[in-house]
Design a protein around this ligand. Structure first.
Ligand SMILES: Nc1ncnc2c1ncn2[C@@H]1O[C@H](COP(=O)(O)OP(=O)(O)O)[C@@H](O)[C@H]1O
Ligand SMILES: [Mg+2]
Length: 206
């Protein structure tokens, strides 16, 4: 019997989140487990509009850190209501490419709104939609960014110091929530990253 599990994938740009999720989908399909795979920002029609607002570089457009946080949370609120909760209610495994820890690391730590402030503010939005397991793909941002093949979006174009702060933010979170967040060395090969990740997933769903 398939049980409900909410698994999120976090990490900086080019850490390998999307590639890892693709391999995990194959693993779950082979095991005949029911799952959905989704992403943030986005995951719903409204959320994908918000994603475009967040990631597009528009000349002369300013976005304050708080406005940015609110957009990510708006996308998340819709995502939880329309996609995540219904799938969990159908006893599916939910895989999400990014979730709330990204808001805490990016807006809370790197943008400087405060880790605890963002955790508190976002708790109103996420309520009990808390992941059972979060795999944080840890990588030196210089290596991560060098893997990104496409033109950098608004956030990828930030300074290297900003990306280092993001990494620092994720480490603070991993220390704060060691039961939920597991650190995966994303500088290793795709196979090694998959093997370490699947260990945690197998333990969770067994
Ligand atoms: N462990 C790895 N080692 C080397 N290259 C990788 C690894 N994982 C992913 N890549 C490559 O790096 C690029 C970015 O990976 P992606 O999964 O899109 O990262 P993310 O979704 O975290 O931004 C892709 O071209 C992918 O094939
Ligand atoms: Mg990706």
């Amino acid at each position: 019997m398939n049980k409900r599990y909410f698994i999120t994938f976090e990490g900086g740009e080019g850490a390998g989140k999307t590639s890892l999720i693709e391999s995990i989908q194959k693993y779950l399909l082979d095991k005949d487990l029911k799952f959905i795979s989704t992403r943030e920002p986005g995951g719903t029609s409204f959320g994908e509009h918000i994603r475009n607002l967040l990631l597009q570089e528009k000349k002369g457009m300013k976005m304050s850190s708080k406005a940015e946080l609110c957009l990510f949370l708006a996308s998340r609120a819709q995502h939880i209501k329309e996609v995540i909760k219904p799938a969990l209610d159908e006893n599916k495994i939910v895989l999400s490419d990014r979730y709330n820890d990204s808001s805490v690391a990016y807006q809370g730590h790197a943008r400087g709104l405060g880790i605890d402030a963002v955790i508190k503010f976002s708790s109103y939005i996420i309520e009990d939609a808390i992941p059972d397991l979060t795999l944080y793909l840890d990588i030196d941002p210089k290596i991560g960014l060098s893997r990104v093949q496409t033109k950098y979006d608004r956030i990828e174009s930030e300074t290297i110091e900003f990306h280092q702060k993001i990494r620092e933010g994720f480490h603070i979170l991993a220390e704060k929530f060691p039961q939920r967040i597991k650190i995966i060395d994303a500088q290793k090969s795709k196979k090694d990253v998959f093997d370490s990740s699947i260990n945690y997933i197998a333990k969770l769903i067994s």
